[in-house]
Design a protein around this ligand. Sequence first.
Ligand code: ADP
Length: 326
Amino acid sequence: MEYILRSENIYKQYENHLALKDVSINIPRGEIFGLLGPNGAGKTTFIRIINQIIAPDEGRLFFNGEKLVASHIEKIGYLPEERGLYKKMKVGEQALYLARLKGVKQEEARKAIKYWFEKFDLMPWWDRKVEELSKGMQQKVQFIITILHKPELLIFDEPFSGFDPINVNLLKEEIINLKNQGTSIIFSTHNMNSVEEVCDHIALINKSEKILDGNLGQIKKGHSSQIFSLQVSHPEKPLATLLAPVAKLLSEEKHPDGLLHARVQLEAGNSANDLIRHILPFVHFHSFQEELPSMNDIFIKTVTGKYPQELKKEDLKLHWELNAEN
Ligand code: ADP
């Protein structure tokens, strides 16, 4: 696999806190990479190191196979979590100014800004001051400024905080478009479920260490809880009886449409095919689907050894922390 960015054995110590401990993360080219972990895990520290805002104490970084140096910065677009625009400056003028700072030619910048302002319904605000815009609109402007110079690598730190669901979807769509045009993208967020549908790869960071990384689909498959949801009709016997000994019935519910909706868990040593073969002669199948754990579940399982539904009350604190909005 080709990597746009490789990092090897990164350490970063703040005065009294080791923020990154032996972190090695590789970012595949042309994909969306989720950097996931609770607040304080070390994600922003890692991103600041990539952006060369701070230097690691130990470790090596490579951009496109070359040792990471200052000249790579122009190929990286960074939307930090703490965002700031000049409040008193007009919106269009500011976007142009910032684009010029990043080396985009005047005419090209104007054209690109117009294109994006139209897409994001910002055109009527071109000559208004930034302070007159809502927080969401200001964030859209910052998003546009971040991507305008067409960086090879885009880094978004908590990109969806402060956006309503409609705008979250709009941004996700645009981010997927950018990927389809060949841009490599890093998402950093503590809200793991907010990005999982767009990420190809992820790394989980907890307490300064990488605890898991890889292809999202493979990670999910690897954490399969062997639970399936199925919809059937006309069972010839009670479902629990039909399922034994291949699977056990976790729950069932008869819906008004006449279908029986059930959740079942495979017994050890059986596959989904075994299950289907076993009950097929005695039911009509309407649907069959594996329930894959959420990224949040996988994080909790990796840290605590248990899925959230198996956790005791006191351990659930971690679950709430991860699901808190900010
Ligand atoms: P995340 O982005 O995952 O929330 P950060 O990288 O921002 O985590 O922070 C990791 C830890 O390092 C936190 O405990 C934070 O308080 C600490 N930290 C971050 N920046 C500094 C700094 N400049 N000086 C001292 N400690 C810091």
